[in-house]
Design a binder for this molecule. Structure first.
Ligand SMILES: *Cc1c(COP(=O)(O)O)cnc(C)c1O
Length: 457
């Protein structure tokens, strides 16, 4: 064995203690770490011919790379929709790496069983029935893509062909209708050979990002055949929700696959006050929920659910001599784009076991309260303009005068020690978003965010 490797094996407990101390030190400083680091990125170096051992690698990382990392897991990083990591989420992820299971087949099935148990918990958390079966994937983009892939196979079934066997050319043009889809829908369509241009954007309600259901009905009638509808439960700019029940009711008259992108909006189901926003989610044919956002587990983690697992295995079936028949409970190797896959469910299992529904509802409620408080402060500030009511966990706002992209970028830059906002454009108006999805964020952070914003004006 290579000398450094043998040394590391001999000193494994002490070395992992050092690693643990590094991680704990990072977490301890998180609340006060600048949200974006100004530290210089190290220059590239040649591949090490001889290794430095774990202690040497850790020292190099701590000296040169750790200072460049952002406080994205901290309480005032409001860019994109960014969750942090609960203590149990970190622990679950550490153990995932240590046990290094390949959780994809019944030949060595315990990881799969843990994943299935965790999926059952998540189904309950989001109010989905047993008719929905799921799998862990790396993020909501992959979850949306899997949903669209199953939808594509369903279109094939309607046309009497299998897209998985015969290719998309056998099916011809695909139509996807949606109000304000997340950018990952078009990306998924590009990956699946459906083409970005097959996405038809349907009108939204006046002043809203929720689809106009009457306009959707007109588009369905015009489509003249089976198509895919992507409903949005939580748009990224203003967290608007399509009326899922009304859309599902259209299925009585039109033939379509209903995919719901509820990447972070699904968490509305955790609070009595907001659960109505996702009423009807269970009627979807496929559902996307991100976990590395509002569940606060480490990247990469999301789930996809569908009512048609038979079509899912038609797409993702991995025929190999050493893999058994599909059976009633197909292995995950036949359900997701990956073949080998880490025991991704373990971090979610840990955080749900540690904090339960009540703990996770508390995270969601505190983030909503934080967004509300910031929304009120923005509304009360004459130099700022709130662009939409705060429906859940995002505040979308802009400058009252001359809201140009340049002026907003300068504002973001000036505030970026204390809080991170992301630029966007809402109905042609350059704007900023502040998204709350971190378990640590409290009202004291909101006070700091408001102060930073006022100072940056
Ligand atoms: C974040 C997000 C996605 C994409 O998620 P990734 O985890 O970044 O792949 C898709 N849809 C919505 C609504 C999102 O908020």
């Amino acid at each position: 064995m290579y000398r450094r490797l043998a040394d590391d094996l001999a000193n494994l407990p002490a070395l992992l203690d050092d690693t643990h101390r590094t991680a704990v030190g990072f977490l301890a400083g998180l609340a006060d770490r600048p949200v974006l680091s100004a530290a210089r990125i190290p220059d590239p170096t040649p591949l090490p011919a001889e290794g430095a051992g774990l202690a040497g690698a850790l020292a190099d990382f701590t000296a040169h790379w750790e200072p460049t990392l952002s406080g994205s897991a901290g309480p005032r990083y409001l860019g994109f929709v960014t969750g942090g990591v609960t203590p149990a989420g970190v622990a679950g992820d550490w153990i995932t790496a240590a046990v290094d299971q390949n959780s994809n087949s019944a030949l060595d099935g315990s990881g799969q069983d843990l994943e299935r148990h965790t999926l059952g918990w998540l189904r309950e958390l989001f109010g989905l029935s047993d008719a929905h079966q799921g799998a862990f994937v790396s993020g909501a983009t992959m979850s949306n893509t899997v949903g669209l892939a199953v939808a594509r196979e369903w279109l094939g079934e309607r046309a009497g062909i299998s897209v998985a066997e015969d290719g998309l050319a056998a099916l011809g043009l695909v139509r996807v209708l949606s109000g304000r889809p997340h950018s990952s829908i078009a990306k998924g369509m590009a990956m699946l050979g459906m083409g970005r241009k097959s996405l038809t954007t349907v009108a939204t309600l006046p002043g809203r990002e929720a689809v106009d259901v009457a306009a959707l009905e007109t588009a369905l009638a015009a489509a003249g055949g089976p198509c895919i509808v992507v409903a949005n439960a939580g748009t990224v700019n203003t967290v608007d929700f399509d009326d899922l029940r009304a859309i599902a009711a259209l299925k009585d008259r039109y033939d379509f696959w209903l995919h719901v992108d509820a990447a972070f909006g699904a968490f509305a189901a955790l609070t009595a006050e907001h659960a109505h926003l996702v009423a009807g989610l269970d009627a979807a044919d496929s559902v996307c929920v991100d976990l590395h956002k509002w569940l606060n587990v480490p990247y990469d983690s999301a789930v996809q659910f569908t009512r048609r697992r038979d079509l899912q295995t038609d797409v993702f079936r991995n025929a190999a001599a050493y893999l058994g028949p599909l059976g009633d409970e197909p292995d995950f190797v036949h359900l997701t784009p990956e073949n080998s896959r880490r025991l991704r469910a373990l971090a979610a299992w840990f955080t749900l076991r540690a904090y339960g529904r009540a703990g996770h509802a508390d995270i969601v409620e505190r983030d909503i309260a934080a967004a509300r408080a910031l929304g009120e402060a923005v509304a009360a500030e004459p130099a700022l303009r709130l662009l939409a009511p705060v429906r859940l966990n995002v505040v979308c706002f802009t400058l009252a005068d001359e809201p140009t992209a340049e002026r907003l970028a300068a504002l973001v830059e000036r505030a970026s020690d204390e809080a991170l906002f992301t630029p966007t454009v809402l109905d042609g108006v350059p704007a900023l978003r502040a998204a709350f999805s971190n378990w640590r964020t409290g009202q004291e952070d909101v006070a700091r965010i408001i102060a930073a914003l006022r100072k940056a004006l």
